[in-house]
Design a protein around this ligand. Structure first.
Ligand code: ADP
Ligand code: ADP
Length: 226
């Protein structure tokens, strides 16, 4: 079954803005998938619906075969979300941020410690595990956000413009962490308005504009046509 299957998705916000006008797409397990498009295209709305934060107007969304409309809790357990804004407590240490997050999801303390070490190493933060987060660099803070989302071992990691407004060095560090996560088997979907980012990271993509998919397919095939 696909990691994500979206069929004829429509979203009209209160007030009448038609953010999505019949979007269909499929993301295979293990894929690294980009939703590329300009501001206002509908990317955040699509991601919001997939992660059950925004209600759809019509259409169907399935995560690993689970319909989000009929089994929202099961669907939410399959995904990890990396919010755009850094929202952890700056006065906590990375290790505590990760284990507290795991605790919130009912993961036993011993298991949480094992996972935290693994995620901090993967995000190249193990050396900073017990450092006050406030003192971490911008790139480290961003990678900590990714590490935290991985604590629940999601099958699909979703990121909404993960590198918006960050400089190229920070972006490259985040890309490296994301590549490792994907190489270890987690499906990743990210939204971006940087073609360079989609090109560097993703195998498949959809280009979205004015609430519609205008192009869809393997990155390489698409680049050949641009
Ligand atoms: P993107 O993420 O590609 O920038 P969005 O999904 O944020 O696009 O927005 C798509 C359209 O929906 C835009 O016209 C935006 O102004 C509108 N929109 C987004 N969120 C809301 C909301 N909560 N209420 C009303 N309109 C919204
Ligand atoms: P993004 O850059 O992630 O698409 P935006 O800056 O467009 O986000 O929107 C920020 C927040 O404002 C989001 O929660 C979005 O849903 C909401 N929003 C965006 N456009 C509108 C709108 N036209 N009316 C009401 N809320 C909106």
């Amino acid at each position: 079954v696909p990691a994500l299957s979206v069929q004829d998705l429509h979203k009209t916000y209160d007030g009448g803005v038609q953010a999505l006008k019949g979007v269909s797409l499929e993301v295979r397990p293990g894929d690294f998938y980009a939703l590329l498009g300009p501001n206002g295209a509908g990317k955040s709305t699509l991601i919001g619906i997939v992660s059950s934060l925004v209600n759809k107007t019509s259409g169907q969304v399935r995560l690993f075969g689970v319909d989000i409309a009929t089994d929202r809790d099961a669907a939410m357990r399959l995904i990890g979300l990396v919010p755009q804004e850094i929202n952890f407590n700056m006065f906590e240490k990375p290790l505590d941020i990760l284990t507290n997050y795991a605790g919130f999801y009912g993961i036993p303390r011993a298991e949480a410690l094992v996972r935290a070490e693994e995620e901090l190493k993967r995000a190249q933060l193990w050396g900073k595990a017990r450092t006050m987060s406030r003192t971490l660099s911008g790139g480290m803070k961003r990678r900590l956000m990714i590490a935290r989302a991985m604590m629940t071992r999601p099958r699909l990691l979703i990121l909404d413009e993960p590198t918006a407004g960050v400089d190229i060095e920070i972006r490259r560090g985040m890309w490296e962490t994301l590549r490792e996560i994907n190489a270890a088997g987690t499906t990743i979907i990210l939204t971006t308005h940087y073609l360079e980012e989609a090109e560097s990271l993703c195998r498949n993509l959809a280009i979205i504009d004015h609430g519609r998919i205008v192009e869809q397919g393997p990155m390489r095939a698409l680049l050949a046509r641009l």
